[in-house]
Design a protein around this ligand. Structure first.
Ligand code: FES
Ligand code: FES
Length: 200
């Protein structure tokens, strides 16, 4: 008995549908970069350690090197190419530019995607490992530099641009800085969810 090892799938990426045949072992990262020429998403370690390949899946950050392309069918995939609104940069992108939140830029697409989702996670009341009071009735913890560092710890920067990255994220998250809606809606409905999936 033979089993097919390939399928034709349709991926919804940055609001556009792409239909392509893929080997079932193809990661979402390789489908994006090698099959669809969406090379903004970077490959660093290819084993879930560095965060360079972070994209948004239904608005949540995920490392695309650990996600099979076939498993992304039916989900909203947002890559760095889909973050800006035309010529209008997302506030996180703008803050990275304004505050030199990068050096070589290789980790930057993953940092930006991760930061966008992280700011929403924080706004939705999700605690981190350094949040002092995690009781549901506790006051929301401010997004301090320590909180940013912990929440972004899945995104490594080989240039060591962390000081500027933290500063840029803090600026983008500052109250009063307009935040466009998440590519797939706010995360508030997920607050308290136990769901996890390769979160960067
Ligand atoms: S390439 Fe490093 S986590 Fe995916
Ligand atoms: S800016 Fe070079 S790896 Fe982060």
């Amino acid at each position: 008995m033979s089993h097919s090892t390939a399928s034709v799938i349709t991926l919804n990426i940055n609001g556009e549908k792409h239909t392509l045949p893929v080997d079932h072992r193809t990661t979402l990262l390789d489908a994006l970069r090698e099959r669809l020429d969406l090379t903004g998403t970077k490959k660093g370690c290819d084993q879930g350690q560095c965060g360079a390949c972070t994209v948004l899946l239904d608005g949540r950050r995920a490392v695309s090197c650990l996600q099979l392309a076939v498993a992304a069918e039916g989900r909203e995939v947002t890559t760095i190419e889909g973050i800006a609104d035309g010529d209008q940069l997302h506030p996180v992108q703008q803050a990275f530019l304004d505050l030199d939140g990068y050096q070589c830029g290789y980790c930057t697409p993953g940092q930006v995607c991760s930061a966008i989702a992280m700011i929403e996670e924080h706004a939705a009341g999700w605690p981190s490992a350094v949040t002092a009071d995690v009781r549901p009735q506790a006051e929301a913890a401010p997004l301090t530099a320590e909180e940013i560092r912990e929440r972004m710890s899945g995104n490594l920067c080989r240039c060591g641009a962390y000081v500027s990255i933290v500063r840029a994220i803090a600026e983008a998250a500052r109250p009063g800085v307009p935040r466009p809606p998440s590519p797939s809606g706010e995360l508030g409905h997920l607050a308290g969810s136990e769901e996890t999936e390769g979160v960067a």
